[in-house]
Design a protein around this ligand. Structure first.
Ligand code: 7RM
Length: 650
């Protein structure tokens, strides 16, 4: 495989951290940052060991920080014992935080609930006792398939409390996808709900569960939360209502201490082909990664109201709605519904209502919000915001500038956080009080992470040479295994460089300041007459045209060039999707980044095939561009109808 990717896009704007922000920040200068990096470089185990002692509460201290005897099966904090739920709850109960809001929840219909740390601990205790009563013990896998309601983190923390390994399956997945995950995890118990609210209607979950469980004879118990009140069929002997199960349970349940390597959760990600991968995460190292980055990257303080809009069914929700914020004793906002229900300003209404200080969302959401028009954010008071974040894909500079100006009032730093399900924590991101930011760059590795851009032999590349993004040392919150398939773990992540580096699957370049620019998945690289182009830069050029709202580009067969560029484009409301616009856009890309990147085909569309977390599924677009049948796993597709309508328009 050739590794070089040509970089054609350049962005020169730089924004320094505002002085007042830096002054109050947890990491307040580049000097402080580079000191941390130097310490980690010189004494890697000492660095992470000290952090683990400082930030986590251990029921038994560890004796070795990092065991590298059997790579890539690394072990962190050997000899120690801890409980993740005790770290997220109990330790705050001995402090003034006992009555602090842990979760501030908004239902889509407008109902709200606030749970203090004390209340949350009691709910978790009760539910942990329910699980124990159902025979769940340490090491058992529990699948959770729920809407975004407080009982979802309660169920997760209850599992953690008794040492059960949870696997949260996104509430929008089909019965088939749910069944595959239950079977792969070997779960005997499922936690679910009648349904959840989404875009004004009650979306059924239990119906899906009934369907899925037909193929899962091993599942003996389904606990069902009543959320919407819609009609459900309860199967005698298997299904129990959540409210019946917790009635009369003690709010106290002793936390079970576990080895720091004990699997806290499995989270399935769709492989590009074949069956979904169960990414296994640890307890100790994982929690350390989530906690430290919550402080470094989000600069979380006790006074903050923090809101991450992700779904908990995605890793972002695990690390940055549940575990990171709660381990820090923070106040975490959680929202059940769609961003545009009942109106296009719903997110900004929630920011105003709860005086949100830190707001974290995905570029796909930002681009959708841009489309809705500035009048929506302008209707609400967003002055409480002090920090903004993004995650999930590269953010194009246009969307970045809109976020910066229209939402952040040019006052809030933006942390563009690059990380993965497999990394557990932020890996490359600005520290907002220290790092000067550049629109579209995830900037620098967080202190203690050693990332680089290399060629296929593993040699570091020079400034602005596009190549493969790697992590050069194991880190505490890294993936530990692919559930039930250690060979797949080794091959997928450690196979590329003979076990020496972790390969993330992304292409990137570092600029002359050492800043990382993520160029997209290397599987998506387009080879035009021997020039290897990342998808991100061409898409970014398209979106910089004022008629374009969103774009996705893929390679398509081309007799002359090997591959041609096929662009799927969503235009803004007032645009006329005609041949003249096709020509205009092709010329625009040629002008922005050069004739080599000029799309050969442009197809206008209303929607793009995306995963539940908003990532464009380019492999499905490649099939359409090549006129082929759809291949591979489509279980993570947000809306199957998108594919149909894309094909029909051909
Ligand atoms: C957290 C999450 C991981 C993939 C990753 C990248 C892409 C994520 C950014 C990004 C550019 C970012 N987990 N990605 N964040 N690309 N800039 N800030 O997204 O497992 O679902 O996806 O997402 O390709 O490898 S994930």
């Amino acid at each position: 495989m050739s590794a070089e990717i040509e970089s054609v896009l350049h962005e020169n704007r730089v924004f320094d951290p505002p002085a007042a922000f830096a002054k109050a920040a947890r990491v307040g200068s580049m000097q402080a940052y580079t000191d941390m990096v130097a310490r980690a470089d010189k004494d890697y185990e000492g660095y992470w060991g000290d952090l683990a002692r400082e930030h986590l509460t251990w029921s038994k201290p560890f004796t070795k920080v990092l065991n590298q005897d059997n790579p890539p099966f690394f072990k962190w904090f050997e000899g120690g014992e801890l409980n993740v739920s005790a770290n997220c709850l109990d330790r705050h109960l001995n402090s003034w935080r006992k009555n602090k809001a842990a979760i501030v929840w908004e239902g889509e219909p407008g109902d709200t609930r606030t749970l203090t740390y004390q209340e949350l601990a009691h709910e978790v205790g009760r539910f942990a006792n329910v699980l124990k009563g159902k025979g769940v013990t340490k090491g058992d896998r529990v699948v959770i398939y729920m809407p975004m309601v407080p009982e979802l983190p309660i169920a997760m923390l209850a599992c953690a409390r008794i040492g059960a390994t949870h696997s949260v399956v996104f509430g929008g997945f089909s019965a088939e996808a749910l069944k595959d995950r239950i079977l792969d995890a070997g779960a005997k118990i499922l936690i679910t709900a009648d349904g959840g609210w989404r875009r004004g209607s009650a979306v059924a979950l239990k119906v899906m569960v009934d369907d899925a469980l037909k193929g899962c004879p091993e599942v003996s118990t389904a606990i069902v939360l009543k959320r919407t009140g819609q009609e459900v069929a309860m199967q005698e002997g298997r299904d129990v209502w959540w409210h019946d199960a917790i009635a009369g349970q003690s709010p106290k349940c002793d936390p079970v201490p576990v080895d720091p390597e004990h699997p806290l959760f499995i989270l399935y990600t769709s492989g590009s082909t074949g069956k979904p991968k169960g990414v296994v995460h640890s307890s100790g190292g994982y929690l350390l990664g989530a906690t430290t980055t919550m402080q470094w990257v989000f600069d979380i303080k006790d006074e903050d109201t923090y809101w991450c809009t992700a779904d908990i069914g995605w890793v972002t929700g695990h690390s940055y709605i549940v575990y990171g914020p709660l381990a820090c004793g923070a106040t975490s906002v959680m929202y059940e519904g769609a961003p545009t229900t009942p109106h296009a300003g719903r997110l900004w209404e929630i920011v105003e209502k709860h005086s949100v200080n830190i707001f974290y969302t995905a570029p796909t959401a930002i681009r959708a919000l841009v489309k809705l028009g500035d009048e929506w954010p302008h209707k609400f008071d967003l002055s409480s915001l002090r920090l903004l974040g993004t995650v999930g894909e590269p953010i194009n500079p246009e969307a970045w500038m809109w976020y910066y100006k229209t939402i952040g009032g040019e006052r809030c730093p933006i942390v563009d956080t690059w990380w993965q399900t497999e990394t557990g924590m932020h890996m490359i991101s600005p520290l907002p009080g220290a790092t000067p930011i550049k629109p579209g760059s995830a900037t620098l590795p967080v202190p203690g992470i050693f990332a680089d851009v290399v060629d296929q032999e593993g040699n570091s590349l020079g400034p602005n040479q596009g190549g493969l993004l790697v992590i050069k040392r194991p880190w505490p919150s890294m993936i530990r295994n692919v559930y039930g398939d250690p060979q797949r773990y080794k091959d997928t992540y450690w196979g590329e460089f003979g076990g020496k580096y972790y390969f993330a699957g992304d292409g990137a370049r570092k600029d002359e300041d050492g800043y990382f620019w993520i160029m997209g998945r290397v599987d998506d690289v387009i080879n035009v007459s021997g020039h290897r182009l990342g998808t991100m830069e061409v898409e970014s050029a398209l979106v910089s045209h004022d008629q374009v709202a969103e774009a996705a580009v893929v390679g398509c067969p081309d007799d002359l060039k090997g591959e041609g560029i096929f662009a799927f484009v969503i235009t803004k409301g007032d645009a006329k999707n005609d041949d003249a616009l096709v020509k205009t856009l092709r010329d625009h890309v040629a002008k922005e980044i050069g004739p080599i990147a000029k799309p050969d085909h442009i197809k206008f569309t209303d929607a793009l095939p995306k995963t539940r977390s908003g990532k464009i599924m380019r492999r499905l677009l490649r099939d359409i561009a090549a006129g082929r049948e759809t291949r591979g796993d489509t279980s993570t597709l947000e809306d199957a109808g998108t594919l149909e309508s894309l094909r029909k328009g051909e």
